[in-house]
Unconditional design. Structure first.
Length: 173
């Protein structure tokens, strides 16, 4: 069940059934029907959360993701500027922890890691995780034993030494 779980959601935009974004078809799949999923946005009158009415299973949506944030030099540079600004403003150091949901290929967290700030990226895409790992910021993946043997988040170097402060960049990739 997506979102807050309230049974009385009010649909405000229904786009019908849509193919998945960035799901590039292979040549052998062009003659077959493309998988489609409901795409509707709804509003919860109880908690005000705007949400989709159905979730596509992460294994389907994200396991092989074709969008790599680092393909844009301008975006990587923008991320570097943000990281340096937040490190200075919030005095982040080796006792801090920066968490990014949907951390993609480490385009953002790499800047914190290079500055000696521990990071935790979370991203379900296996192919993108390989790139992020090579960049020194391996993401935690909830159902990926190969990437996380203990099935618990890992923090990329340097190790934390005390109760971390948290800064959570919110850019969605
Ligand atoms: Zn709600």
């Amino acid at each position: 069940m997506p979102g807050c779980g309230w049974p009385g959601l009010a649909v405000v935009l229904d786009l019908g059934e849509q193919p998945l974004a960035n799901a590039i078809l292979k040549a052998e799949d062009l003659g077959r029907p493309e998988p489609r999923y409901p795409l509707a946005m709804a509003y919860c009158p109880e908690c005000w959360l705007v949400q989709t009415t159905e979730n596509v299973p992460p294994d389907v949506l994200f396991r092989e993701y074709t969008y790599f944030s680092s393909v844009s030099d301008a975006f990587v540079e923008h991320s570097r500027v943000i990281a340096e600004r937040l490190i200075a403003q919030r005095k982040l150091d080796a006792t801090s922890l920066v968490i990014e949901l949907a951390s993609n290929d480490g385009y953002l967290l790499q800047h914190y890691a290079r500055a000696g700030v521990p990071v935790l990226g979370i991203d379900p895409a296996r192919n993108i995780a390989e790139v992020a790992t090579a960049r020194g910021v391996p993401p935690w993946q909830s159902s990926s034993p190969a990437s996380s043997p203990s099935n618990s988040p890992r923090v990329a170097a340097p190790p934390t030494s005390s109760t971390p402060t948290t800064s959570s960049p919110t850019s969605r990739t």
